[in-house]
Design a protein around this ligand. Structure first.
Ligand code: CP
Length: 311
């Protein structure tokens, strides 16, 4: 059975297939209204979400199926073993999507599940976001997307890890313009660091201005993990991060005169990783990108159910 913990186990052909299905369903949604007839997706959330929850729920509805929101804190996942709750769940639904604090817990869910499991974002990976991002780049680039240059500015995290894996597999040039990552940071993944070291397509620099100079797409994400952003105990660290990270902020000065598209996976933190002017700049495709979560989710679900049905 196939699961989507990250994008490491998917071949370039499989990733291209998922993206092609997303584009096909987006272009002809009425043709796919019964694709997941009577199927149920369980969506488990340990962390907050707007886009992941909405896009998966709407995707299931528009494909003829149904999605069930499960808040970790008000479910019996808090009382019992992940393996027991998951085994039960996978006998009543045909797919599970989980947004968890720890990838190790996602691995426990995968081990206990009798149905496919999708990572809806953990501390290390955000595979659904990276698929959305490349789908959006394809739509906004006149040439083959493998000729595009994507510059990601900010901190190395779950989003940049997934972009590194995907761009390496698809042959898209990705420059990660970030401070050197903390070896003990919770998003650190040895295989991703190996990709960054050895890939012909993915490179790292600390030079934000150099990275954006010939970029077709300039992308940023939050500098502070979502669970810490409004936490008063992290206020001092938040201020220190802001000062250290300012050279990587997407602002009018950095992007002046550049012919690029501006991307952000949202939620946006005005004045931190991006200024409000850049969010609303004519070059911004941020809201197209966010809306594409729905279409990328449909492509992924269509591919995963096709895999499960053919097994
Ligand atoms: N980009 C993203 O995953 O959005 P949410 O956190 O709102 O789901």
């Amino acid at each position: 059975m196939r699961h989507i913990p990250n994008l490491k186990d998917l071949s370039p052909d499989e990733l291209t297939d998922i993206l092609a299905r997303a584009a096909q369903i987006k272009a002809n949604p009425k043709d796919f209204r019964r694709l997941l007839d009577a199927e149920s997706l369980a969506m488990i959330f340990q962390k907050t979400s707007t886009r992941t929850r909405v896009s998966f729920e709407v995707a299931m509805t528009e494909l003829g199926g149904h999605a069930i929101f499960i808040d970790w804190l008000t479910s019996n996942f808090v009382l019992s073993g992940i393996e027991y709750e998951t085994e039960y769940l996978s006998r009543n639904v045909s797919c599970i999507m989980a947004r968890l604090l720890h990838h190790s817990d996602l691995e426990k869910i995968i081990a206990a599940s009798q149905v496919p499991v999708i990572n809806g974002c953990c501390e290390k990976f955000h595979p659904c976001q990276a698929l959305t991002d490349v789908l959006t780049m394809i739509e906004h680039f006149d040439d083959d997307v493998t000729n595009a240059h994507l510059a990601y500015l900010g901190v190395q995290n779950n989003v940049s890890n997934s972009l590194a894996i995907l761009c390496d597999k698809l042959g898209i040039r990705l420059t990660l313009a970030t401070p050197l990552p903390d070896d003990n940071g919770e998003s650190q993944d040895a295989e991703v660091q190996d990709v960054i070291r050895r890939s012909a397509h993915v490179q790292h620099t600390t030079d934000a201005r150099g990275a954006v100079a010939d970029a077709d797409f300039v992308y940023t994400d939050t500098w502070i993990d979502m669970q810490y952003f409004n936490n008063p105990e992290h206020e001092r660290e938040k201020q220190a991060t802001l000062e250290r990270m300012l050279p990587y902020q997407l602002n009018g000065n950095l992007l002046a005169g550049l012919d690029c598209r501006i991307m952000h996976d949202m939620p946006i933190h005005d004045g931190y990783e991006i200024t409000p002017e850049m969010v609303r700049d004519p070059r911004s495709i941020i809201f197209d990108q966010a809306a594409n979560r729905l279409h990328a989710q449909k492509g992924l679900l269509a591919w995963l159910y096709a895999e499960a049905r053919s097994a």
